[in-house]
Design a protein around this ligand. Structure first.
Ligand code: TRP
Length: 346
């Protein structure tokens, strides 16, 4: 069982790199990470963070959050939220996140997170909230009528996500680093004002090369340039057929001058566990057609066991797993909120 974790001293600043074997790496970490349920996860998510999670779940106490309240930060309506939550959990199960090892839970089931938000908000200034680069970027791309208060404050709610379980390690993409910084700020100031309650968490970034979308732009579900983990063989083949390449017959791995070709080689390399350069050598003068054939086969082969595991789970499984995860996460949150209130003298 995952009881409350023992108090541990705050940790040094900085972020941890995948594969680094420092003393801290072998510490008793509590890992927390999560996703907004806005649509299917894709291969970029897999190589960027899901693979890390599957690896970490065997070693550490681990929480994975379905950040449903965070959906309404950059759009006015939650959309098909129940459907998206179910699909997200199926994605997790499909890639091998094991609910016997990991607590999967959702924002909206843990009211204590909202209670933690208020004292945490008192610890940061409006100026600090306004200069968060990820928030600025989201405002620039937002579909909202007006920028809401939640847009500026959700990083502090995210601090509650990480601190409620005394998380120490947060596997995330680069865009989330400012939020981990906010979390560290909140934890440090809380400890200074009210006494030592929280460890200072560290971000952990994947070591994998950044995968771009099939059109060469940022891989994103909304741009139609991503291969979803739930894509069928035919959908996968169609997406790769449309991928941008060039007319050079000799396939080479040249990230600067041929970024689209290099990206396809990187994708195949990740799926096959091979060096992109070797794959390029193998294709030689086969041109874009041979390249796409190889990539399609590699991706479909890679996704086969993931598709199979996905199909093994029912909606009933999903409901049961979430109910259980929510209950366990909530138990943990109640304990931390109690400590916070005690420390503050409420
Ligand atoms: N902001 C993250 C995203 O957009 C999701 C998220 C919410 C998260 N709370 C978190 C990630 C806590 C890591 C830790 O994908």
């Amino acid at each position: 069982m995952h009881g409350p974790s023992p108090r541990r001293p705050p940790m040094r600043a900085g972020s941890l790199r995948d594969g680094m074997t420092s003393r801290r790496d072998r510490m008793n970490h509590v890992v927390l990470t999560g996703d907004r349920p806005t649509g299917p996860l894709h291969l970029g998510h897999y190589f960027g963070s899901l693979a890390n999670r599957v690896r970490l779940q065997d070693t550490y106490e681990m929480y994975v959050l379905i950040a449903d309240y965070q959906v309404i930060t950059d759009r006015d309506l939650p959309g098909s939220i129940q459907r998206n939550i179910t699909e997200l959990l199926l994605d997790y199960l499909a890639v091998g996140i094991d609910p016997a090892k990991v607590i999967v839970f959702q924002h909206s089931a843990i009211p204590e997170l909202n209670q933690l938000l208020l004292p945490f908000l008192s610890l940061v200034s409006v100026a600090e909230l306004s200069r968060n680069p990820t928030v600025k970027d989201e405002i620039a791309h937002s579909s909202q009528q007006a920028v809401s208060g939640l847009m500026y404050t959700y990083p502090v709610h995210q601090a509650a996500d990480i601190l409620f379980c005394k998380g120490t390690l947060v596997p995330v993409g680069r865009d989330q680093l400012p939020h981990v910084e906010v979390t560290r700020l909140v934890a440090r100031r809380f400890n200074e004002r009210y006494g030592e309650v929280f460890p200072l968490p560290e971000a952990m970034m994947g070591e994998q090369p950044l995968l771009k979308g099939l059109d060469g732009g940022k891989m994103s579900k909304s741009r139609g340039n991503a291969i979803a983990l739930s894509a069928t063989e035919d959908e996968t083949a169609a997406l790769i057929r449309k991928a941008r390449t060039d007319s050079e017959r000799l396939i080479t791995f040249d990230e600067t001058n041929r970024p689209e070709v290099a990206n396809l080689l990187t994708l195949a390399g990740l799926c096959l566990g091979r060096a992109p350069r070797d794959i390029a050598d193998e294709i030689g003068y086969g041109g874009a057609a041979a390249l796409k054939r190889l990539v399609t086969e590699a991706v479909n082969e890679f996704l086969r066991p993931i598709r199979k595991r996905r199909a093994e789970h029912t909606e009933g499984d999903v409901r049961r797993i979430l109910a259980e995860g929510n209950e366990r996460a909530r138990e943990r949150a109640v304990i931390t909120l109690g400590e916070v209130r005690d420390a503050m003298g409420f």
